[in-house]
Design a protein around this ligand. Structure first.
Ligand SMILES: Nc1ncnc2c1ncn2[C@@H]1O[C@H](COP(=O)(O)OP(=O)(O)OP(=O)(O)O)[C@@H](O)[C@H]1O
Ligand SMILES: Nc1ncnc2c1ncn2[C@@H]1O[C@H](COP(=O)(O)OP(=O)(O)OP(=O)(O)O)[C@@H](O)[C@H]1O
Ligand SMILES: [Mg+2]
Ligand SMILES: [Mg+2]
Lengths: 259, 259
């Protein structure tokens, strides 16, 4: 069975989507097969991987609310080893529909468990979560083995971190005892900026081994790549953003291979 | 009756909170009295205005779900002419509670309409919305005269704009016929960056008069100020961020005084 990782942080604009898609591609470049589940009604991960809105026939709305199974929702996006379950804005009404079902928080978990992974090989599933702790995010956390938290190295994003950690603990205590922290990755880091360095110091002091050594620098190329529907590895493979996401992938793999 | 403006964009991290609080203070410096309603469970606007979590006794959760009225929720935060209705993380469960009520989307509107503004003078109410189009944001839009949209000058944020405009139109057609666009303000703008300039050109070509002339530049001081609980006007009054938010306030006032 693949390792399922939710990429989440209720603070907005911290680099969840950018981390999900670039880490996914970095893992494929290390020979892994990866499924990306776009769980944000904005559909940013689907756009950033180059799938136009009109090409999203089966979506994560159908997966959650309809009777679509995981592998009939996955599509290829022209990147070797990568599959995408795309999202459209319909997903924003999934919350309300799920509330009326008896199974509100385990729907995604069941769809993943229903797959025969001997037939359909996958090493990783990455779930790009929306910026809130709503039923979509809860479904993702309940379905996951671990949580990866992108943290923008600024003050307001740092404030929400303890709330997020409490919510993850609550999910672990109530619905998913296996859920643990994959790690915290600092994003949009600017080493010339005092605030960035201060946040890094704070987080490393308090959370020690949870924080990856790899840090994602602020880089315009990372914000340009989505407008071409390309990962950083296609758009600008020798940029500092590409090296940083490759380093993050290697660090994550080294933690898993050891365990 | 004050002019009620929702500051909203379902895209995360685009500068909603930064715009709400700094515009609010800029308006007070022009002699206006302003109420800020923190409608985001992260409570970032409350933090950025210097109100510690343990000082938030009556909150917007009590306003929406309990029987607190608007002026008993407002507190002073040491800024002349400014009142704040603070938020805590409790607000994240307001969605679920509102769903069980008969009145789901008009609760805030009724709390505002219940106030005797002859007794309690206010020129503006600014509502800082969370990064989603959930029941909290819908309550804010239904209660508002207009919508102010901070737009980060990048590709992924631009993508969500048409969706937001559709949602505003839907609210206008169903629940609040008076709702109109206050305007779109470009944030975190970096004129050295091609992408910023391209987004500006796109938006001005397509949306013409909706886009303010005033543009908020990317400025580290704006991201540092919240860690001191201060607006940019207290933290760094001669910074480019302070001048930009003053210019935005003057532009908004000139549009209102004329009408
Ligand atoms: N390291 C980086 N350097 C520069 N820009 C970045 C970086 N990471 C992300 N960005 C840009 O910052 C913006 C926010 O990033 P992104 O959309 O990935 O965040 P998010 O957490 O997924 O947002 P949301 O909360 O809306 O889902 C985007 O325009 C993105 O292109
Ligand atoms: N013009 C600016 N220059 C530099 N940094 C900025 C600017 N505006 C906002 N920031 C910083 O960018 C981050 C995101 O801004 P902010 O929190 O105001 O966005 P938001 O839209 O309210 O986010 P959310 O979607 O989580 O509510 C914060 O760390 C903030 O301090
Ligand atoms: Mg995202
Ligand atoms: Mg905010």
């Amino acid at each position: 069975k693949p390792r399922v990782i939710s990429v989440t942080n209720q603070k907005g604009g911290v680099g969840k989507t950018t981390t999900t898609i670039n880490l996914a591609v970095a893992l494929t470049l290390q020979g892994k097969s990866v499924g990306v589940i776009d769980f944000d009604p904005q559909g940013n991960a689907s756009t950033a991987l180059g799938l136009e809105a009109q090409e999203r026939l089966k979506t994560t709305y159908d997966l959650l609310v309809g009777d679509s199974d995981l592998f009939s929702t996955f599509v290829k996006v022209g990147i070797e080893g990568l599959l995408l379950a795309p999202a459209t804005v319909d997903l924003s009404s999934a919350d309300l529909v799920l509330l009326k079902k008896s199974e509100q928080v385990t729907v995604l978990k069941e769809k993943i468990n229903a797959v025969d992974f001997n037939q359909n090989k996958l090493d990783y599933i990455l779930i790009d979560c929306p910026p809130s702790l709503n039923l979509l995010t809860i479904n993702a956390l309940v379905a996951s083995d671990s949580v990866l938290v992108p943290l923008q190295a600024e003050f307001l994003p740092l404030e929400g971190l303890s709330q997020l950690m409490l919510s993850v603990k609550e999910i672990r205590d109530t619905a998913n005892p296996a859920l643990r922290f994959e790690g915290i990755v600092l994003t949009m880091f600017d080493k010339r900026n005092n605030l960035s360095r201060q946040v890094e110091e704070d987080v490393r002091d308090n959370l020690k081994g949870l924080v990856y050594q790899s840090v994602i620098p602020r880089s315009v190329k990372l914000s340009e790549a989505p407008s071409y529907g390309k990962s950083i590895f296609d758009y600008s493979p020798r940029s500092k953003g590409a090296f940083a996401y490759k380093a993050l992938a290697l660090e994550i793999l080294s933690r898993h291979e050891v365990n």
